[in-house]
Design a protein around this ligand. Structure first.
Ligand SMILES: Cc1ncc(COP(=O)(O)O)c(C=O)c1O
Length: 408
């Protein structure tokens, strides 16, 4: 037995990805974190480089992952319950920190109940497996995250049972709802709260207003589902995400503990019945060990922090840094997509130039992500900057200075 033949076949497939420009570069390895000092935020050391880098590509918007209270909570939970659950949830793998986190995050997003998952990715898959049926029709935004698209495939949603509306186009959403076949009994409108490549948000108030009145046409109604992975904790006046920002709460909210909360894991928050159905039907919940109690305890502490004075002050700081950064790139004449979210896209609109700018930033000690053709259409090439609560004014100015010296 040998993997020789399979290796050869896979090599050809990966070569094709490289030729198409879709292959991922080698992963950089972080080998050290240098704590903030004076006017400087944290810096990162990469394997094979002497340089210290500012991360402008982290989802950890509130910068909580090194927060001592979170680390202490994770340590304490591990000491009390052990580092692994020893079983899946329904075979006595449910520990007090799992239950506590579910209760806490449900309360945070304003829903009666929640179930936690290993990630938001598996939460999306779990939801689709739970609520899809032969007479369920799915309507989604064109720019929905890969995990939503993959979830529908895993749940076996046929193409006759789904429609896509142009990004944030409410007239197109209304047309999709109009066109739902009459034999459908349940309609799901599903969308990202924050679109991770652009930093813009879904007009949740309009989506809810458009979907609501259509409910009566279908036996099991029209359900709105928002994956607010980039919004939860990072957006809205109280950090409660895109619902907080738009003033409208969809029926089901999916989120992650792996971005603003700085830990790991995902959740579905909804009615008690939906959450019980998830527990009974979502394979990505049922047949896999849950998050460690360390993750749960740290995430619980993160939600508590976010929900209080500390969270508010971090959000205020992130906002101030977003404004400073946006003002800087505007002054230099770089176009962006406007918005208050800490994702700030810089529209370069050219693939070689984007690569050159990412490299220029790297040489100046700045880590940022370039989105180039064919991952995005020609003309939409972008560098995605992400501001977080650990960035200082000096850090933002350092990045702006690096941008100002780009001559490509
Ligand atoms: C909208 C959306 N959903 C889900 C995910 C995945 O989150 P997690 O890392 O918790 O699986 C992401 C992150 O990239 C995302 O942007």
């Amino acid at each position: 037995m040998s993997l020789e033949a399979l290796d050869k076949a896979l090599e050809l497939e990966l070569d094709a990805l490289r030729v198409e420009g879709r292959a991922k570069p080698p992963e950089r390895v972080i080998v050290g974190v240098i704590p903030p000092a004076g006017a400087r935020g944290p810096r990162y050391r990469l394997k094979g480089s002497e340089r210290e880098f500012i991360r402008m590509n982290s989802n950890s918007y509130l910068s909580l992952s090194l927060q001592p209270e979170l680390i202490a909570a994770a340590d304490e939970a591990s000491r009390q319950f052990g580092v692994g659950p020893g079983a899946v949830r329904f075979i006595d793998g449910t520990f007090a920190p799992h239950a506590a986190l579910e209760e806490r995050v449900a309360r945070f997003v304003g829903k009666p109940a929640a179930k936690i998952f290993n990630s938001a990715y598996t939460a999306n898959c779990g939801l689709a497996l739970t609520i899809s049926s032969a007479t369920t029709y799915w309507i989604g935004d064109q720019l929905n995250h890969n995990s939503i698209i993959r979830a529908m495939r895993i749940a076996g949603v046929p193409s006759a049972n789904k429609a896509i509306y142009a990004h944030n186009d409410m007239a197109a959403l209304a047309r999709c709802l109009e066109a739902v076949p009459a034999d459908m009994q349940r309609v799901v409108v599903i969308f990202d709260g924050i679109f991770s490549m652009r930093g813009d948000c879904a007009p949740v108030d309009q989506i809810v207003a458009i979907a609501g009145p259509c409910g009566g046409r279908f036996k099991e109604g029209v359900v709105t589902v928002m994956d607010d992975s980039h919004g939860i904790g990072a957006f809205g006046p109280r950090g409660r995400g895109t619902a907080d920002h738009t003033g409208a709460l969809p029926d089901i909210v999916i989120g992650t503990f792996g971005k603003a909360f700085g830990v790991n894991g995902g959740f579905i928050a909804a009615s008690r019945m939906v959450v019980e159905a998830v527990r009974q039907k979502a394979d990505t919940y049922i047949y896999t060990n849950p998050l460690s109690v360390a993750d749960c305890a740290a995430a619980l502490r993160a939600v508590d922090l976010c929900d209080g004075r500390e969270g508010r002050s971090r959000l205020d700081h992130v906002q101030a840094m977003v404004v400073r950064f946006r003002r800087g790139i505007e002054t230099m004449g770089w176009p962006s997509i406007p918005g208050p979210h800490p994702i700030v896209p810089l529209l370069v609109r050219d693939t070689p130039r984007t690569h050159a700018l990412v490299q220029h930033l790297y040489n100046a000690g700045v880590l940022a992500v370039g989105l180039t053709y064919p991952v995005v259409p020609r003309g939409d090439e972008t560098i995605r900057f992400q501001i977080n609560a650990a960035h200082t004014e000096a850090d933002i100015d350092h990045v702006l200075k690096a941008l100002a010296t780009f001559t490509g």
